[in-house]
Ligand binder design. Structure first.
Ligand SMILES: *[C@@H]1O[C@H](CO)[C@@H](O)[C@H](O)[C@H]1NC(C)=O
Ligand SMILES: *[C@@H]1O[C@H](CO)[C@@H](O)[C@H](O)[C@H]1NC(C)=O
Ligand SMILES: *[C@@H]1O[C@H](CO)[C@@H](O)[C@H](O)[C@H]1NC(C)=O
Length: 318
């Protein structure tokens, strides 16, 4: 179907406009799909906005809510799957439970992958943070690679303890300007340095905001990590390499033309997808920027950015 679509078709990676998962949970507020997404020739991938399930500490409530959110999203897009796709929400307390819900979402609901909002809160006080770079998550990554779907890592608001310790002195840095990229990039570099991509060489991870700053700093990261080899770092390759084999990035909300050009040099255009980050970023801002890129990218490269890479990663032609 996509092969016949107009070459101007865009694949958005967006987030459902349900505002925060928490708000929706508490109020039962309906989500709405943005009007612009209904324009001809566009496909938008919807998911539950942060922190969604990652903010639910109780494993049973989290797992149940993931099923509810996934069923709800599936039914909302069921009559319009040409235009909309879904990323599964997952409770990440137990890797087996997460793997089985992902399988259900992909096989039964037709979802294109999962979107996880950084670490999973858990524990009676919500202060235990679970990161998926640990060996107990191998069963999850195995399912992800068996299903051959990508997992998008999106930032989340930190728990209050982290905000107090690290940002009380400079509260204006809380949120997307600094805090989000710092927390999420550490999680992603955890996947790299703990050897997840060595154990799962076919794993595809998507990260937003033009790489959460990692791909702007690859030389320093990798030269410094070389010093960890004598300390037994499990990582077999280097972070630069994983950005060529396992990690894709999206432009979401980072509409910086010079940085895009730099990253094309660092990791290649075939690893970068246009996305917006709606509802945190306005759709017209993204449209204005992407339409301005015809002065810096040739037509073939612009099509790759706007749709080609996403069609590959999301297997939209299969
Ligand atoms: C799908 O259903 C929604 C909600 O009922 C409706 O607004 C929309 O027009 C429908 N889309 C199509 C393509 O039928
Ligand atoms: C995780 O879930 C599986 C499947 O329900 C269960 O068999 C296993 O005991 C759980 N693991 C833990 C650590 O709770
Ligand atoms: C990363 O590994 C690749 C492949 O071995 C190598 O060519 C490259 O120089 C390395 N990059 C850094 C910054 O160490």
């Amino acid at each position: 179907m996509f092969r016949q679509a107009s070459k101007h078709l865009l694949v958005f990676l967006a987030f459902s406009s349900i505002t925060l998962g928490r708000k929706w949970r508490d109020s039962g507020e309906a989500w709405t799909i943005p009007e612009l997404a209904f324009q001809p020739g566009k496909k938008m991938v919807l998911s539950c906005a942060e922190p969604c399930i990652q903010g639910i500490s109780d494993p049973v409530s989290a797992a149940n809510m993931a099923v509810t959110v996934n069923n709800r999203l599936a039914s909302d897009i069921a009559n319009n799957t040409e235009r909309f796709g879904g990323f599964a929400s997952l409770a990440m307390h137990n890797a087996t439970v997460a793997a089985l819900e992902l399988k259900r979402a992909v096989k039964e609901l037709g979802f294109l992958g999962a979107l996880i909002n950084d670490y999973q809160q858990s524990g009676p006080d919500g202060q235990t943070l679970l990161y998926y770079d640990q060996p107990e998550y191998d069963v999850f990554w195995e399912m992800v690679t068996d299903l051959d779907v990508p997992v998008y890592f999106h930032p989340r608001n930190n728990i209050p303890a982290i905000v107090t310790f690290e940002y009380a002195h400079a509260p204006f840095l809380i949120g997307p300007a600094q805090e989000f990229a710092v927390t999420l990039s550490t999680h992603i570099l955890g996947l790299c340095t703990n050897g997840v991509f060595d154990r799962f060489p076919n794993l595809n991870i998507i990260i937003g905001h033009l790489g959460e700053r990692i791909s702007s700093d690859l030389l320093r990261i990798d030269t410094q990590l070389l010093k960890q080899i004598p300390q037994g770092i499990p990582m077999k390759k280097n972070v630069t390499t994983y950005f060529h084999t396992n990690i894709f990035e999206t432009t979401s909300g980072n509409f910086a033309t010079d940085l895009l050009k730099f990253h094309i040099g660092q990791i290649g255009l075939d690893r970068i997808m246009y996305s917006i980050d709606y509802p945190f970023v306005n759709i017209p801002d993204g449209t204005l920027w992407v339409n301005s890129l015809d002065t810096v990218l040739n037509e073939r490269d612009l099509i790759s950015l706007k749709r080609g890479c996403a069609i590959e990663v999301l297997r939209l032609n299969d």
